[in-house]
Design a protein around this ligand. Sequence first.
Ligand code: ATP
Length: 359
Amino acid sequence: MASKEEIKIFLKEIEVDDLVRNLQIMGDTIIIDMLSHSPALHEKKRLETAMQTAFEQKFGKDVQLKLNISVEMPEKKDSRGNSIPGIKNIIAVASGKGGVGKSTVASNLAVALVKMGFKVGLLDADIYGPSIPTMFDVSNEKPLSDNNKIIPVESYGVKLLSLGFFAGANQAVIWRGAMASKAIHQLLHDANWGELDFLLIDLPPGTGDIHLSLVQEVPVTGSLIVSTPQHVALADVKKGVAMFQMPEINVPVLGLIENMAYFTPKELPNNKYYIFGKKGVQKLAESMELPFLGEIPIIQSIREASDYGRPAVLQEEELVSGIYMNLAKNVISSLVKRNENLPPSEAVRITTMAGCSNN
Ligand SMILES: Nc1ncnc2c1ncn2[C@@H]1O[C@H](COP(=O)(O)OP(=O)(O)OP(=O)(O)O)[C@@H](O)[C@H]1O
């Protein structure tokens, strides 16, 4: 049987030592009281399965692990309304479903805002598939630190941090879930973001722990929800909106964005094929009385640009760059409206459209 000291070392190795509140050994049974930062039953279950598997691998099948998991929401490190010094607006980019183009929208929006003259940061908080480093061609970069502060990597004028820069290659996704709120805290508060007009946060798809961690860590000015127009995707958009509008969360939804709205073949420029359904997101926005911020067609060069690592908004072709510049204008105009209605105690606000004309 392993000693208490050995078990403590192992808990540190698998990065859960800070969640453990009590550790006892009785014969062949290890009893651990630990915390889960999520009230969701499936998260508790996931933590339990991960612990059982890890202990079995390390100490063998004869050792029994008895876990008492209780829920504790992470302490608010910065109360809402206390923004990160220097950051004026924090905007969450969310989606109901995965793969609808949320990260592509977040990347292009970030670069569009830079083109308008704003100072922009982008935090990739998608633990399940951090793709921002690829989209900005910085996958091989590792952020440096200065005075214990992480320095964001810069690409195309956007300051970037991603969980993808840090997640150890041998660290299973199952652990990343448990560690994510800690990581989000560090990427927000232990990073040297400097002065920013906008910090965009690329969230994982759906609604979950990361969303909860984010709204507890910082005052989120507003959220954008990206979706494709088909029925199954829209159902999840409603869930996303409902989450942001919960009284405990209360993050204004700045608007919905329809991605992959239609396809136009180059040889038939006047034809639009509504592959995923026609104007589904737009209609949903109307029915939910939310701003509709724009539609982005399916364009091959948008996909190619993401894979190549140079956001499509940087293309010379007016059609593509114009779509994202327009989107950025609509986002700002929704933000201006939202900030006009804020009580003065909220984070510093953008109240003009300055910078929106020079695309
Ligand atoms: N308008 C578009 N036209 C063509 N391809 C697109 C468009 N938008 C996104 N894509 C492509 O679709 C794929 C999925 O996009 P992306 O990674 O941005 O989705 P996501 O919603 O962030 O996914 P996940 O939730 O899994 O992180 C990518 O290959 C991207 O290049």
